[in-house]
Design a protein around this ligand. Sequence first.
Ligand SMILES: Nc1nc2c(ncn2[C@@H]2O[C@H](COP(=O)(O)OP(=O)(O)OP(=O)(O)O)[C@@H](O)[C@H]2O)c(=O)[nH]1
Ligand SMILES: [Mg+2]
Ligand SMILES: [Zn+2]
Length: 296
Amino acid sequence: MSKGKVIRAAGGFFAVCDETGNEYLCRARGNLKRGSEALMVGDNVIFHPLNQVSGGRTDEGIIEKRLARFNRLGRPPVANINQLVVVMAFKDPGCDWQLVSRMLVQAEKEDMAAFLCLNKADLVNDQEIEETKKSTASFPYPIIYSSAVTKLGIDEIAERLKDCTSVFAGPSGVGKSSLLNAIQPGLSLQTGDVSEKIKRGRHTTRLAELIPMNNGGKVVDTPGFSRLSFSDLDENELALLFPDFENLRGQCNFRNCRHAGEPGCAIEENVGKKVNSMRYEHYRLFLDEISKQEAY
Ligand SMILES: Nc1nc2c(ncn2[C@@H]2O[C@H](COP(=O)(O)OP(=O)(O)OP(=O)(O)O)[C@@H](O)[C@H]2O)c(=O)[nH]1
Ligand SMILES: [Mg+2]
Ligand SMILES: [Zn+2]
């Protein structure tokens, strides 16, 4: 028996990388294919190699067991991730801030660190960047302005990927794969153009893939998505998943304040000050959405 990590999953097959870097194409036992047990990229597994491997040759195996996960994301489906990198573009396609907040809520829930990459900075002028900086004052996560074309921000992103496992997530066409190619020349991940008419990506990356980086980090490149709903969130939990509110906790008039229009709400009083107004809007929107789900 050997220990390894799932680095790709497709059509009932799993590519598993063992501790010495050999790759095996594996099938999995039936119970590892369904529901929340279903294997994901990033899962650590015990597998049974079917053939001897020499000199890094690809071989085959059977996955017997999945080891415990310390976290998992539903979308993109990945496990054992230290850091979420939300990738958006300034334009073509433009930044979907609500989707950013959705992803960040999920990351908080799973105890992942997170930062935002605002890519394609080469397509806007300095004034637009300055305006974004202003409107994201008190945004509670680091924002890196980047360009796979001019290489702006590439070193900083690379630095943040060191020595941990990260996932790149965001809509199709924002430049996730292009950024990874820029960070690690020679990687040559496939990238695709953006539709001229609707300014959306064409879902070039089809499968999540865990990639070892030269600086010791690991990154999962994932297919783009544009919708994300909350499935397992509790109304009372949501405010705890907004680090923006951290320094104001316990300061509302009512101990069980929902921060949704109650008198003497410290959070509402700080909107546009310590709390970014767009983030507060997202909080209210998500709270509504979750309470409607709970009503069913
Ligand atoms: N101008 C400009 N174009 C970029 C930049 N980054 C990526 N692109 C272009 O945007 C298009 C989409 O890039 P991809 O890297 O394939 O985007 P992706 O996020 O991986 O998309 P999916 O794999 O479909 O999820 C390609 O035509 C890239 O050349 C950038 O920083 N500036
Ligand atoms: Mg891609
Ligand atoms: Zn409150």
